[in-house]
Design a binder for this molecule. Structure first.
Ligand code: RP5
Length: 168
């Protein structure tokens, strides 16, 4: 049984949404990943959103682009947290997706991450689940310590090499 649902409007969203999946895998969290278009197959979408809670999902990560109604409509039906991931778009640079997802009416929140923010969506889901899971919280603390260590290492390298010889 999957704890997190990852759903996206198109396979063109897969590269970004895979980042969320990678994070969940890193933390050992089961997920179910689907491509479901709220606009092109509303019947399939409604069935997904209506049954997600009874299938054991605690959080849904929903990614979409353009007139991105998938996350908001998930939040309208699924009673637990929904994290929205706005996709970059060629016409409007992803602002269309961002505004569609973040500007929810009062009462129906979507926790919206940055444009293309698949990894942070995964991490936010882990943090939500860690509220009631101390082993997950320990893993998150280690994750944060590793991030810090990586920055410290870069700073030491910069001091050692100087900016001219620094290579990423
Ligand atoms: C949205 O429209 C999808 O989430 C995708 O980001 C965007 C474009 O979809 P495709 O035309 O690439 O299928 O529904």
């Amino acid at each position: 049984m999957a704890t997190v649902g990852i759903v996206m409007g198109s396979d063109s969203d897969l590269k970004v949404m895979s980042k969320a999946a990678e994070i969940l895998e890193q933390f050992g969290i089961d997920y179910d990943m689907r491509i479901i278009s709220a606009h092109r197959e509303p019947d399939v979408f409604f069935e997904y959103a209506r049954t997600a809670k009874d299938k054991g999902m605690k959080v849904i990560i929903a990614g979409a682009g353009m007139a991105a109604h998938l996350p908001g409509m998930c939040a309208a039906i699924f009673p637990l947290p929904v994290i929205g991931v706005p996709m970059h778009t060629t016409s409007l640079g992803g602002r269309d997706s961002l505004y569609s997802i973040v500007q929810m009416p009062s009462g129906i929140p979507v926790a919206t991450v940055a444009i293309g923010g698949g990894a942070n969506a995964g991490l936010l889901a882990v943090k939500m689940l860690a509220i009631s899971d101390s082993s997950l919280l320990e893993k998150l603390e280690k994750y944060a310590a590793d991030l810090k260590a990586a920055v410290v290492k870069k700073d030491e390298k910069l001091s050692e090499k100087g900016y001219r010889d620094y290579e990423n």
